[in-house]
Design a protein around this ligand. Structure first.
Ligand SMILES: [Zn+2]
Length: 431
């Protein structure tokens, strides 16, 4: 192993076995080859110390003292010890895969990000440069900069897009010198105690953003990216505080998923509804909207329901939404709600002995018309627009109100969803 040579020191006796140029026999433990001003010929390289004896100048090795021997130069007494060998390896191979791997193993962030970082350190990302190498494309340019080749380093460190993000998160970058070798820069930053994890998360999201843009045609503003990154930081912090298993081994029962709005299937119209209750004000409200596959809003409403339970509010929202969808002539409806309770009541509307019997019967009456209604559960992160419309109901007069698609906050959420912006969420793997 070449790095072991570094620990060896040639202890001169008669000078015949010690390479004049190639072995470390001087006190400073370097070889003369390292100090040579020009390349050595093979012949020169094989000369021994004894060959250079001229009786003058340097202290001569003496014949009769026996063979030259190698001693362990890394320790003062010349004895080999594993510890000093290890230190040499670590020193010498600091940026080599083995150490990088050890370091990644200790890196305390989400596993999927860890896997990504492993791919980065092994240069295995399918960048345009890599795709061109494999003849998957003829264009190896960065989608954003155009005139630059898209390598891993480009995406994470050199791209103008990454530049803006790193400026904003400069506190997460420990090694500020961007002129040093990419892997070294990466390793030093990942190793940093306080911010190494955040640094890794930013790298990963830069890659994710690139994929979302290239493969799904999504567009991200710098502000959008910053929000997304901050959301990941806080989820990670929260996970560390409350549920370490979120970031535990792969067998853990929770994972972090990116959650975002999903358009309805071809030929279907999506109805999203939600309920909202402010207990201190005895105020209940509901709201919902209809959207097509392209994310265009076809109808939106908010209701002030007066005093009501949250489950009733959820059910009333669904009833109003279904009525509106029917009146508009849509016959294939995907109904999305984030309340499991409301969904289970709607799915069991035929049992007429539960508390919300009347509402369940209304739902049943609606569902059994001549149309197709699929009811499915979504997370709150996927139901933001309906969530807004439900809350909006609290500030309106009692009753049902049509909401204009131009309503600023609604427009915001519609845009947010159509852009495919996602939020991280800790999800249980147990189904
Ligand atoms: Zn670029």
């Amino acid at each position: 192993m070449p790095f072991m040579r570094k620990g060896l020191f040639w202890s001169l006796r008669d000078g015949t076995d010690t390479g004049f140029w190639s072995h470390p026999w001087l006190d400073n433990e370097t070889t003369l080859e390292e100090l040579a001003l020009c390349d050595l010929s093979d012949e020169e390289r094989t000369t021994s110390v004894a060959d250079w004896l001229d009786g003058n100048g340097m202290e001569a090795p003496k014949a009769g003292l026996g063979e030259d021997r190698t001693i362990w130069g890394a320790e003062k007494d010349g004895r080999f010890r594993l510890r000093s060998a290890y230190n040499l390896v670590v020193d010498e191979k600091e940026e080599e895969p083995m150490d990088v791997w050890k370091q990644l193993w200790r890196w305390n962030g989400p596993n999927r990000v860890k896997l990504f970082l492993w791919l980065v350190t092994h240069d295995r990302l399918l960048t345009n440069a890599e795709r061109k190498k494999r003849q998957l494309t003829s264009n190896d340019e960065c989608n954003f900069c155009k005139d630059e080749v898209e390598t891993t380093e480009h995406i994470i460190r050199r791209c103008k897009k990454a530049g803006g993000i790193w400026n904003h998160f400069s506190s997460k970058v420990t090694e500020k010198n961007t002129n040093i070798d990419f892997q070294t820069w990466l390793n030093r930053n990942l190793k940093a105690d306080e911010v190494g994890v955040d640094f890794g998360i930013v790298c990963w999201l830069l890659w994710k953003q690139r994929n979302d843009e290239v493969m799904e045609g999504k567009k991200f503003s710098e502000e959008g990216m910053i929000c997304r990154i901050q959301a990941w930081f806080s989820i990670h912090q929260q996970a560390l505080r409350t549920n370490k298993t979120c970031f535990g081994p792969v067998t853990s029962q929770r994972t972090i998923e990116d959650i975002g709005w999903k358009p309805p299937e071809e030929g279907w119209i999506q109805l999203q509804t939600d309920g909202s209750v402010i207990t201190s004000l005895n105020s209940a409200a509901a709201g919902g909207l209809l959207r097509d596959r392209l994310g265009r809003c076809l109808d939106a409403f908010s209701c002030n329901l007066g005093d009501s339970s949250i489950t009733s509010a959820e059910l009333k929202g669904a009833v109003e939404g279904l009525e509106r969808a029917w009146r508009k002539g849509y016959r294939k409806i995907e109904l999305n709600m984030d309340s499991m309770t409301a969904i289970s009541i709607m799915n069991s509307w035929k049992d007429d002995n539960h508390r919300h019997g009347l509402l369940a019967a209304k739902v049943g009456n609606l569902i059994s018309r001549e149309w197709e209604v699929k009811i499915s559960h979504v997370f709150r992160e996927q139901n933001k627009a309906a969530d807004f419309l439900a809350s909006r109901g609290h500030s309106l007069h009692f009753g049902i109100h049509h909401i204009s698609v131009c309503e600023p906050v609604l427009t915001h959420w519609l845009l947010y969803d159509s852009l495919g912006i996602t939020m991280p969420r800790s999800i249980s793997n147990m189904n």
